[in-house]
Design a protein around this ligand. Sequence first.
Ligand code: AMP
Length: 214
Amino acid sequence: MNIILLGPPGAGKGTQARRLVDERGMIQLSTGDMLRAARTSGTEMGKIVADVMDRGDLVTDEIVIGLIAEQLKGDNGGGFIFDGFPRTLAQADALDSLMAKVGKTLDCVVEMQVDDDELVSRITARSTCGNCGEGYNDLSKPIPADEKCTNCGSSDFKRRADDNEESLKTRLLAYYKQTSPLIGYYYAKGDLRSVNGLGEIDDVAASISGVLEI
Ligand code: AMP
């Protein structure tokens, strides 16, 4: 099963994608993670996208479509989870063609609904383990007192450079202007399933499992 997790920044797409990877052997394709990796490794493309990402704007369709195209060539295990892609209608069209080219289909688009106030408080409080990617939140899941990741024991915690109120404003604007039209697009295609993204991680995971049993 190949699915898209669609929702604003901070909706919990990455957290839920990791659960699906662990529980169903799916493969997470996060364009945000790919772009951050390109920045860390200092590639030409990483340098080009750095400012755009820190501001909270979208990088070009061409760049992200290229990143996804590379990944679709391989085995898709228990299915692909597109996390943070597509973010524009042009990306959605490109995904359709790329999937058709490799003989795969998109089964379901899961929209994660979270209100804006909650997004702001989640994002400004979140951090991740730099080693394994486990997510933490100052309010709901603080870093343990011994400062060791509960998953892997590492003490290397990171906050994202774009997780600040200024960038977040731009990211939310980009979401509503460029990405939210995809909700109507996938609804019209009959692929959209919406879940409440508020509440405990386990409860949201259960809602997602519910809509995936199609
Ligand atoms: P994310 O980790 O998904 O929140 O993405 C972090 C940043 O990477 C975004 O704010 C954009 O600057 C960039 N980005 C990630 N995915 C895309 C995409 N599909 N299209 C354009 N820009 C993207």
